[in-house]
Design a binder for this molecule. Structure first.
Ligand SMILES: [Zn+2]
Length: 493
């Protein structure tokens, strides 16, 4: 039996503002779309956090036995500097500044994006489509929206008619905005714009003569609006209606709101059953921003080469830090926070490393099946990873107690404990147990093992003075040896 049959996920749906019982459209299958990066610069750490949260979601859904088609796009055209359809295309601008081809910009930063995600042990999505690879689909969508009366053409550009749409549909239902309020809060058009109303958004923009990224269309040589690509690519690969759409909180409006409007205007149906939004990452309590200098990129964080952090942090430590907070909470990146997570991470890994040395007993004094259920309950509750982490630390306590002999586990429970820890630590949280070289813990335990063996030799030779000396001098530097019936173990104070 598939695990998902025993585990009902409740997930917070941004559309309804409630935690809902998750039910996929087709049993056993899940379609999930997450808005990917605009590849005009090195990937932002805030975006890495968003993708890390959805990597965990993807991993958990797969673990439950769902067949997940996870689509995460690459925006390589159409994203203008300003959400109000003005300014230069971000990629074109970068290409102009660096005097390279726009596709060189795209290539460079797509490679960077993949490298960073690989470093953090992300699973690749099932499909990673690009906006420029789906121009024909986008043109078809625009034609359909025009045909249905929800878009208009002016001077070679095509705009979505938000006011017309709102007469029959509900514009703003995701971001909880009302069109009247939007009208009050937006400045009137300056006479330069072709739009009928400031709330309208571009589906197609006519390219200026100097604009390099351009494609022929029924309206002009131009390029698609940014919101359109996600509608085209999500529904192409996942169907007109699909299960989960994710992205950063900052994309809820206007980007995701426009995606809903486009799909309803073109196909008459709302595209997504569950909208999930990952919250923002802050640095020392402040919004990350290039302009204020309050920002750190992933490479700088991993190398320690930055002014905010006292040392380099391993990718798994950063993943662990992220897991210690709900994806829906603002996460504040601080040196103290990372140091605490690092300590916790190595404490967890030290316990995981002890698992194979634990000896089974006749009976169990700890209820492992109930503990395992608590781990699943945490993840089933809207992917509540901080609660899961608390349960993993409970297991650290169990492991140490069994090691010391104050609690016992039967062979079945010991195997269940190992299997469950491996599932949650490696497969679901995506942590890696190779981040230890930095802590020196491996080397330390190797060195103490050498001393333990020398002490055994001394005792075998009845050299008790030497044996006591080794024990006492280790104790003096904070390493306690403990003699048990299965040999000598040690702990670091
Ligand atoms: Zn998108």
């Amino acid at each position: 039996m598939q695990l998902y049959k025993e585990h009902q996920i409740k997930l917070y749906n941004s559309l309804t503002g409630k935690k809902e019982n998750f039910k996929p459209i087709n049993e056993g299958y899940i379609g999930m779309y997450v808005c990917g990066p605009t590849v005009y610069s090195n990937v932002h750490l805030g975006n890495v956090r968003t993708f890390m949260s959805f990597d965990m979601v993807f991993r958990y859904l797969k673990h439950l036995g769902y067949k997940v088609r996870y689509v995460r796009n690459i925006t390589d055209a159409g994203h203008l500097e300003n959400d109000a359809d003005v300014g230069e295309d971000k990629i074109t601008k970068k290409a102009r500044l660096e005097e390279i081809e726009p596709m060189e910009v795209v290539q460079r930063y797509t490679v960077d994006f993949h490298n960073v995600l690989n470093t953090f042990n992300f699973l690749p999505p099932s499909i990673e489509p690009t906006a420029t690879g789906h121009i024909i689909e986008q043109i078809e969508l625009i034609s359909k929206i025009i045909e249905n009366g929800f878009a208009y053409e002016v001077n070679g550009s095509v705009y979505f008619d938000v006011h017309k749409f709102d007469e029959t549909n509900e514009y703003g239902k995701l971001s909880k905005r009302k069109l009247e309020d939007l009208i009050h809060n937006t400045r009137t058009l300056d006479g330069q714009s072709d739009k009928k109303n400031p709330q309208d958004f571009a589906l197609w923009k006519k390219a200026e003569p100097q604009h390099i990224m351009r494609w022929p269309s029924p309206w002009s040589d131009g390029f698609p609006g940014w919101h359109l690509e996600c509608t085209a690519m999500s529904t192409k690969y996942l169907g007109e209606q699909f299960d989960i759409h994710g992205g950063g909180m900052d994309l809820k409006f206007p980007h995701h709101e426009c995606e809903i409007a486009q799909n309803e205007a073109a196909k008459g149906v709302s595209p997504v059953n569950y909208w999930m939004h990952a919250n923002m990452l802050e640095l020392n309590g402040q919004r990350m921003s290039k302009t204020t200098g309050n920002t750190v990129n992933p490479d700088e964080l991993l190398s320690g080469n930055n002014k905010f952090f006292s040392k380099a942090y391993a990718p798994s430590v950063i993943r662990f830090f992220n897991a210690q907070s709900s994806y829906r909470s603002v996460l504040d990146l601080t040196d103290d926070g990372l140091l605490a997570s690092e300590k916790g991470f190595y404490r967890l890994m030290d316990a995981v490393n002890l698992l194979d040395s634990l000896k089974a007993s006749e009976t169990s004094s700890i209820d492992i099946p109930a503990w395992k259920q608590r781990c699943y309950d945490a993840m089933n509750d809207d992917f509540n990873s901080p609660i899961l982490v608390a349960h993993l630390f409970e297991a650290v306590k169990y492991i140490n107690q069994v090691k010391e002999g104050s609690e016992t586990l039967s062979i079945e429970d010991l195997n269940l404990l190992k299997e469950t820890i491996n599932n949650f630590v490696y497969d679901i949280l995506g942590l890696e147990n190779n981040a230890k070289s930095d802590s020196g813990t491996d080397k330390l335990s190797g060195a103490v093992d050498v001393l333990i063996r020398l002490r055994q030799d001394a005792r075998a030779n009845k050299d008790f003075a030497m044996s006591d000396k080794i024990r006492d001098e280790l104790a003096a530097v904070g390493i306690q040896l403990k003699d048990g019936k299965d040999g000598t173990t040690f702990s670091v104070n």
